[in-house]
Design a protein around this ligand. Structure first.
Ligand code: B3K
Ligand code: ZN
Length: 862
């Protein structure tokens, strides 16, 4: 298959000014009629080459005349129309089969609803087109369908006409006034409940907000609508961006490959990020909805009004929009806790990716299948790069930069360079060095060595950076690294810098740099990289002392949390290497005691502080990764903490019991209380505390508490949770999102029988290969159970590989994504490596291997 290379970009030979689509929706046989007005841009282009995939061509005409077979030809994925004039109209009719479309890309039919997903290259599965983001056209779309089964017909923009046909069908015509690339096209047909609300913009325009959900979900729309209103107000306030159409439509579906899609004026969402009620959704679900609704809304400016020149620029919209949604969530909730969560996710997914065979720059140089590049690197690391520039420019400088970006590029398809240039020009600061963050893969190591000179009262700091090689990129150069820092005296009080500030930002641009601070009246110790001001791995020469000190005294929530995590990591790594010794050392105990001394000041933050590092994150520190050692020692530490602080957990558990409310404080309290239960259940009083969990499961007035209790019981190796799991199933069987949880819950026990349970679940009547959420509920949960997935005999890999083989025939995008867990094979010992490679090699030889899965496997194997 073809490798697409960034350097080979060529501007389009033709422009498409207008598109008129007539779509006759039938599950097995949908007809798409298209009328394109085209214009030649490149004088030396004689033929028009259109993209198309799986289309049955019914007819083709140019300027009203049928095209004879010598005037056009089909070649791999293309339609060639020969010798076309300067300006012309091309009309085509094609047939497609939405119900057979299990890839969920293009136009598909699922749960009795017609839906589309066109990003990145799905539009070519609907009709012939120049399927590339730099071709912007004005769309008029007429949908036709039976009135009874499809009373609702939606597309982008404004509904300009509707009508009835004589055969029980009806139609609706939609016109989008904004030229757009075809990846932002959407169409929906089906029967829905509509939840409506309104939003009044700063300039006084009334926007109709409409949420289309299944009838049974009519009472679960409030959070999504409220989040949308908040996001609209925030984008006006923080970026000066108003919404531009009269209606904003969101459709929810259970059958979706990813989280959501920002189609112009008509978002399509995985129902996971729309539906919520206290009985059915957890606090984390509520927050997920707030952030994804905002993310898709923010794309209206960063992605839609200003779009991409080519798919290599993907982070131009995704990195910037993730940064915007993270900042929105920080403003809506607790900034410190938000940052901790964002960095936790960054490290878990992106640092792991950067350390794997799939490492790639934020702006990749080549791809075979662009869908494989919707990665943590493009999204989350991309957001970190924007954040670093924001840190340097400050709020006002950054805003001046984005204002200029929108002013210059509204209605255009641009590159990352255009954003950096607007930020630099708008703020008056040179940012050219940041382009290297986009071209260089790998996580930089930042080494910090410093000392306080008692005589001069000055603190000397030396910073050095280096980025380890990544596949295909041997040479690494320094990148600009902003380091936020502050100093503390030995008694824990903040030390002011001579200019009176408590905090400053350094910029390390070369391989190394030195700074001197002070004079200070008393000895000081720095808090470095506050708020995680750059996506690097920090190695401090004085880590021992600094972690203990900062875990108790840092007033930067991120650094306080991170220091405590490092203490826990250090303790765990030592006991994995040396299983005989006691797992809870005095430093960690002191840090926990300090955190437990005032746990209710900020319960959500306390819960973060008191959480153990995940098994994955411990593994990231090991070479090779010892999965069983990690699990055993982490459980041992949990138990030691459970026993040592048994009275604290008991008190927290009982004191924090409260009737359900859904504000930040109440959510934080639930989280801390369920963490107390987690430790308590691992203490010597396990039998008593299992009783707490059983009672909590039965009497909870909300899903957060019910699910937390059930999960703790279901994950306990010595507890039979089947009766409760059956009860849970009975209660919630008509709620697909909750049944997804039910599937996952059964795969968390670190015992060999879990493999068999996974096999049984695939046979369960409620399991479906066609619904990605359900497939992930089993397979991702299985792969997250490290001791079972990495079982020494290879049984976990083999099972997982077989399921990917099956899924690849139905849904290549999801299969490829699930297969990425194998890309970290080189981090394990030789026996595990061999088994993982064997599974990948076997998959590579499969019949009808998709381009998606093939690329992931080839790159993983190296
Ligand atoms: N832009 C979409 C993702 C499309 C993924 C295509 N495989 C959602 C988002 O990032 O907002
Ligand atoms: Zn996005």
């Amino acid at each position: 298959t073809l490798l697409v290379q960034r350097q080979n970009y060529r501007s389009p030979d033709f422009a498409i000014d207008t598109v008129e689509l007539e779509i006759f929706l039938r599950p097995q046989d949908t007809e798409v009629r298209s009328r394109l007005t085209l214009q030649r841009l490149n004088p030396s282009a004689k033929d028009l080459l259109l993209d198309g995939e799986g289309l049955e061509l019914l007819s083709l005409s140019l300027d009203g005349k049928d095209l004879s077979s010598d005037r056009h030809s089909r070649e791999a994925g293309k339609l060639r129309v020969k010798d076309v004039p300067e300006h012309f109209v091309l009309e085509s009719r094609v047939r497609i089969q939405p119900e057979a479309n299990t890839a969920l890309s293009g136009l598909y039919y699922a749960d009795e609803v017609f839906l589309t997903q066109c990003e990145a290259e799905g539009f070519r599965r609907i009709t012939w087109f120049l399927d590339r983001p730099d071709v912007l056209a004005r769309f008029t779309v007429t949908l036709h369908a039976p009135k009874v089964s499809c009373p609702i017909l939606l597309s982008n923009g404004n509904c300009v006409a509707t009508g009835d046909a004589d055969n029980g069908w009806h139609w609706a015509r939609w016109e989008d006034p904004f030229p757009k690339p075809c990846y932002l096209f959407a169409a929906v047909g089906g029967s829905f409940h509509v939840a409506r609300d309104r939003y009044r913009t700063g300039s006084g325009r009334e926007i109709g907000l409409e949420l289309y959900v299944a009838e049974r979900d009519r009472d679960a729309c409030e959070q999504a609508l409220q989040s949308l209103q908040k996001a609209m107000a925030w984008d006006e306030k923080v970026y000066g961006r108003e919404y531009d159409l009269d209606r904003y439509l969101i459709v929810a579906t259970d059958s979706f490959n990813m989280g959501a899609m920002e189609n112009k004026g008509l978002n399509i969402f995985n129902s996971k990020y729309v539906l919520a009620s206290p009985e059915t959704a957890t606090d984390a679900d509520y927050q997920g909805i707030e952030s994804v609704i905002a993310h898709e809304y923010f794309h209206n400016w960063t992605g839609n009004r200003v779009t991409l020149r080519d798919w290599f620029q993907l982070s131009l919209k995704e990195g910037l929009t993730v940064f915007r949604d993270q900042e929105f969530s920080a403003d809506m909730n607790s900034r410190g806790v938000q940052r901790i969560g964002d960095v936790r996710r960054l490290r878990a997914a992106q640092f792991a990716e950067d350390a794997s065979a799939l490492a790639h720059p934020v702006r990749p140089e080549s791809y075979k299948e662009i869908n494989n590049f919707y990665t943590a690197t493009v999204y989350e690391k991309g957001a970190e790069v924007i954040r670093m520039m924001h840190t340097l420019l400050g709020v006002e400088g950054f805003r001046a930069g984005t204002d200029l970006y929108f002013q210059r590029h509204d209605g255009q398809a641009v590159r990352i360079e255009e954003l950096l240039d607007a930020l630099a020009t708008g703020s008056g600061r040179d940012l050219s060095g940041f382009l290297r963050w986009y071209s260089q893969a790998g996580t930089p190591r930042l080494k910090a060595d410093g000392h306080f000179a008692a005589q001069s009262g000055r603190y000397h700091l030396r910073l050095q950076q280096h980025t380890p090689v990544t596949p295909g990129q041997e040479e690494k150069l320094p990148v600009p690294i902003p380091v936020r820092l502050a100093f503390f005296h030995e008694d824990g009080t903040p030390a002011r810098l001579p200019d009176g500030q408590e905090e400053t930002v350094l910029l390390l641009e070369e391989a190394s740099g030195e700074w001197t601070f002070g004079p200070f009246a008393k000895p000081v110790l720095p808090s470095l990289l506050r708020g995680f001001s750059a996506p690097v791995l920090l190695e401090r020469g004085d880590a021992e002392a600094a972690d203990c000190f900062l875990a108790q005294h840092d007033d930067d929530p991120f650094n306080r949390w991170d220091s405590l995590q490092r203490l826990a990591q250090k303790t765990l790594l030592a006991s994995i290497a040396n299983p005989g010794r006691s797992v809870l050392g005095p430093e960690l105990q002191a840090a926990f005691a300090a955190a437990l001394s005032r746990p209710l000041d900020d319960p959500a933050f306390s819960a973060e502080l008191l959480s153990l590092p995940t098994e994955e994150s411990i593994g990231q520190q090991m070479d090779p990764i010892d999965v069983d050692g990690i699990h055993t020692q982490r459980e041992a530490l949990r138990r030691a903490l459970g026993d040592t602080f048994a009275e604290d957990w008991r008190r927290l558990y009982h004191d924090l019991a409260a009737p359900y409310r859904r504000d930040g404080r109440a959510m934080g309290s639930r989280r801390l209380r369920n963490l107390a239960l987690y430790y308590a259940m691992s203490s010597a009083q396990a039998e008593e505390t299992q009783g707490w969990a059983e009672r909590q499961y039965r009497s909870a007035d909300n899903m957060t508490d019910r699910l937390a209790a059930l999960q703790l019981l279901a994950f306990s190796p010595d507890y039979d949770a089947m009766p409760l799991l059956n009860d849970f199933y009975q209660r919630w069987q008509s709620h697909p999102l909750i049944i997804d949880r039910w599937f996952s819950l059964q795969l968390g026990r670190a015992v060999p029988e879990t493999l068999q349970r996974a096999q049984e679940l695939l046979q369960h009547p409620a399991f479906s290969w066609r619904v990605p959420n359900r497939v992930r509920a089993v397979l991702s949960a299985f792969a997250a159970n490290l001791p079972v997935f990495h079982a020494r005999d290879g049984s976990g890999y083999h099972f997982y590989g077989e399921q990917i083989r099956h899924l690849d025939d139905l849904n290549p995008q999801t299969a490829a994504r699930l297969a990425t867990v194998f890309s970290r094979w080189s981090r394990y010992d030789e026996a595990h490596q061999r088994q993982m490679r064997t599974v990948m090699e076997e998959l590579l030889g499969k019949d009808r291997l998709s381009r998606d899965l093939g690329e992931i496997l080839e790159r993983s194997l190296g």
